[in-house]
Design a protein around this ligand. Sequence first.
Ligand code: SF4
Length: 386
Amino acid sequence: MNSVIPPSLYDLLPAEMDALIAELGMPAYRSNQVLQALYREFPESVEEFRQLPAEGRAAISSRYRLSPAAEVRRVASADGNTTKLLLRMADGTPIETVLMQYPDPGEKHPRSTVCVSTQAGCAMGCVFCATGQMGFERNLSAGEIVSQVIHVARLLKQRGEHVTNVVFMGMGEPLANYAETVRAVRILTDGRAFGLGQRHITISTVGVIRAIDRLAAEGLQVGLAISLHSPIEELRQRLVPTAGPHSVQEIVSAAKRYFKATGRRVTFEYALIAGQNDSPEVARQLAGLLRGTPTHVNLIPVNPTAGGFGRPVRAAVLEFERILVGAGINCTTRVEKGSEISAACGQLRTDQANTIIPAEELSLAPVAPMHGRRQAKPSPSPSQTR
Ligand code: SF4
């Protein structure tokens, strides 16, 4: 990040906020007031910290800025359930954030899942992924990750709704930006900060094994989704070129260790690509690989525009799922949310203007019930194929 740009208040853990307030010579209770404002009121400037005297606001502003995320464009899917936001960071870097909403039976408000980016671009180069084709620009800071959630929370608050889930499945490989990803999780789940339940967060990875083991030891209860895409070594390496050193067997072993350490069953994401990894024989090999592993498989028929790869016909998807379920593997086929606005799996990139509408022309569309679509377990596992 550009060194002349001050850090964001959203980079700070509550204990660090306490230290800052003390350092600035303010009484300790001011820290809770600032945290309340940041995470309950979602202000757009430090000037909105009404509880603080003018000199307190000035002291904070001299060291920190509020939020690095400014909305540039917004586009909503026709059913209003998916909204893609193009946000610009303080140094001008564009990134994308997606809001996915699911009617929640019995609940007044929909389930609202924010899919955050952890990097601008991505170095992993998955061949079916638009972000991967952009290349890597830079890591995002924890404040830049948290600010994406805050931005959406502010929009939802205007209509009496709130963020219920966060998935780290947007642009980038979260575990390749480990420290900032974990810091963002801690800020989002701290009761004095955003206060989201840890079990309402899912981190998605292509399978960075050392980082998975490190995450398992963090004492967190976040969900983990690993992008597998093939049980066959050589095919997986073709689809996820940077997965090189890790065999599929090592990845499954890491998933077992994660389950043992956290009690959380790992989800395996599987992008189904016509003619590549969607045959009944591959399904049987996948079932064999995962037998006895406490897991859930998320089948994701690959989205249009993803590197020229094709989506399998429906019969092939159903057959693939039938073989897994028949072998006792928990499995669902993911709802395709937002593909018409390039907000779905493998479609996030910031260097292409698709059907984007200027933000001021759109408010968040109301949530429509989903019809005629097979609904996978709604969350937390909806977005990115890695
Ligand atoms: S699928 Fe995920 S890890 Fe792979 S290139 Fe795209 S953003 Fe990166």
